[in-house]
Design a protein around this ligand. Structure first.
Ligand code: NDP
Ligand code: ZN
Length: 352
């Protein structure tokens, strides 16, 4: 089968590989819609996860099941499914003692696609633990909506969960690419009052307003810490969600959040050995400014909740899709857009 792969750090290309087979609990899926991601760019061009050779890329897919293992009960061949980017090994003891997508000895263990096995940018891909990881897609949800669930929705929504957004709270969302835009929508759904959304591209700003952002902060117009605190009456915000920005963005979040406030980081820091925390703004360690940071949750239950949000009209993630391509080849064009980020691109989609 054909797949679009990371050949080595900094290089991508089409390769041929044998079609995967399903183990007893697994499934093989053929893609219906595939979305390239900023994380693919960190993986290939920053080598953020280390070097990989001929590893098929991609972790955001909606597909049709073509094969299931002998022990699979819930999922059947022919089912249309949302495939979460994160597919934990639900049968391992270690994850039952902590967070499902983090094995204590192997960080980010739930992130398998395009990390420790081939990803979804191929004619077929393998899904571990199909009954626990795949969610059946209702007919009335479009592929554009569904394709934003495996990563963009669950990650953005996790940002609001990690920041523990409260009713009526002030929230700063740093970064309003597709992940940050979903974080804006999630903060609003959790009852946020004022939402400062930080980005520079007008199209993203318009979509952010549509999802409920009250103030747009352009980081190109000066220090975002000062801009937000000035607009907020000289006070820090209750919460900050970090969904983009440079290496010092976590430090900026500590500066922006008030004492007792919470930061939710979903940014993928692709470079550098250390991240800095400003000592004084962190109250020399005593300001009760909490930093929660995490990988997006995956699994079937999480995807069914994302489906419920869309099916009940709480959020329409298809507003993120700005570019559509026909055919598997579209992932190459889409990935190039994610690398160059022209002003009008939020999220490209390949429809197969
Ligand atoms: P984008 O690159 O599309 O968006 C980044 C955003 O950050 C844009 O709004 C951009 O503004 C803004 N930005 C850029 N520079 C600055 C700056 N100096 N100060 C403040 N804001 C700035 O990324 P995505 O939305 O696709 O992804 C966001 C992050 O989430 C990535 O790091 C990605 O890898 C990560 N991620 C993490 C996951 C997880 O599980 N934790 C899962 C998926 C993604 P503009 O472009 O308007 O100038
Ligand atoms: Zn992604």
């Amino acid at each position: 089968m054909k797949g679009f792969a990371m050949l080595k750090i900094g290089a991508t290309g089409w390769i041929e590989k044998p079609r995967p087979a399903a183990g007893p609990f697994d499934a093989v899926v053929a893609p219906l819609a595939l979305a390239p991601c900023t994380s693919d760019i960190h993986t290939v061009y920053s080598g953020a996860l280390g070097d990989r050779h001929n590893l098929i890329l991609g972790h955001e897919a909606v597909g049709k099941v073509v094969e299931v293992g002998s022990e699979v009960r819930h999922i059947k061949p022919g089912d249309r499914v949302v495939v979460p980017a994160i597919t934990p090994d639900w049968r391992t003891l270690d994850i039952q003692h902590g967070v499902p997508h983090q094995h204590s000895e192997y960080l980010l263990s739930g992130w398998k696609f395009s990390n420790d096995k081939d990803g979804v940018f191929a004619e077929f891909f393998h899904v571990n633990d199909a009954d626990m990881n795949l969610a059946r897609l209702p007919d009335d949800i479009t592929l554009e909506q569904a394709a934003m669930m495996p990563d963009m929705m669950t990650t953005g929504f996790h940002g609001a969960e990690l920041a523990n957004v409260q009713f009526g709270a002030t929230v700063a969302v740093i970064g309003i690419g597709p992940v940050g835009l979903m974080a804006v929508a999630a903060a609003v759904l959790r009852g946020a009052g004022r939402v400062f959304a930080v980005g520079s591209r007008p199209h993203c700003a318009e979509i952010a307003k549509g999802y409920g952002a009250t103030d747009i902060i352009n980081y190109k117009n000066g220090d975002i810490v000062k801009q937000i605190i000035d607009k907020n009456g000289g006070k820090g915000t209750d919460h900050v969600i970090v969904a983009g920005g440079p290496e010092n963005v976590l430090a900026q979040a500590v500066d922006i959040v008030k004492a007792g406030g919470t930061i939710g980081n979903i940014n993928y820091f692709g470079e550098g050995a250390m991240l800095e925390i400003p000592r004084l703004a962190w109250g020399c360690g005593m300001a009760h400014k909490t930093i929660n940071a995490g990988l997006c949750p995956g699994g079937r239950g999480r995807m069914e909740r994302m489906i419920a949000l869309v099916a009940n009209g709480r959020v329409d993630p298809s507003k993120l899709v700005t570019h559509k391509f026909n055919g598997l080849e579209g992932v190459e064009k889409g990935l190039a857009l994610m690398k160059d980020k022209p002003a009008d691109v939020i999220k490209p989609l390949a429809l197969i």
